[in-house]
Write a protein that binds this ligand. Structure first.
Ligand code: 5GP
Ligand code: ZN
Length: 113
């Protein structure tokens, strides 16, 4: 989608550090990490947010599954980690292309602000 920064990242128009890529999914380091590990997992196709995935459980499932696999590959499983999807304004979503945050590498506060 035009003017979507994550679509531009998928297209390589904005540089990113890739951690995983296939036809359907892309994972890269967050530019402003909130924890020692802060990875974003996104679908390569533009989807506004998780609210648009309610009728697409296969894609939603593969998005979450990939985040879990990456957490394992990055060595976070034993200490633990957090997966977050922000939806809409009150949810704190600042980029309108659905993404799963994978956060780990330090104890994370709960509840988040
Ligand atoms: P949200 O607030 O929408 O849940 O999360 C958006 C995330 O995207 C933020 O953590 C922010 O740091 C990250 N982000 C925004 N622009 C860029 C960018 O150009 N490159 C990368 N790698 N991350 C970005
Ligand atoms: Zn997009």
């Amino acid at each position: 989608m035009k003017d979507c920064i994550f679509c531009k990242i998928v297209a390589g128009e904005i540089p990113s550090t890739p951690l995983y890529a296939d036809d359907e999914l892309y994972a890269f380091n967050d530019i402003n990490p909130k924890a020692p590990t802060h990875v974003l997992v996104i679908p390569t196709e533009h989807v506004d947010g998780v609210a648009a995935l309610d009728e697409r459980p296969e894609l939603l499932g593969r998005l979450m599954s990939r985040a879990v696999k990456l957490a394992r590959e990055l060595g976070l499983e034993e200490a633990g980690y957090r997966l977050v999807i922000n939806q809409g304004e009150d949810g704190g979503q600042s980029v309108g292309h659905v993404h799963v945050h994978l956060l780990g590498g330090r104890p994370l506060n709960w509840p988040p602000g």
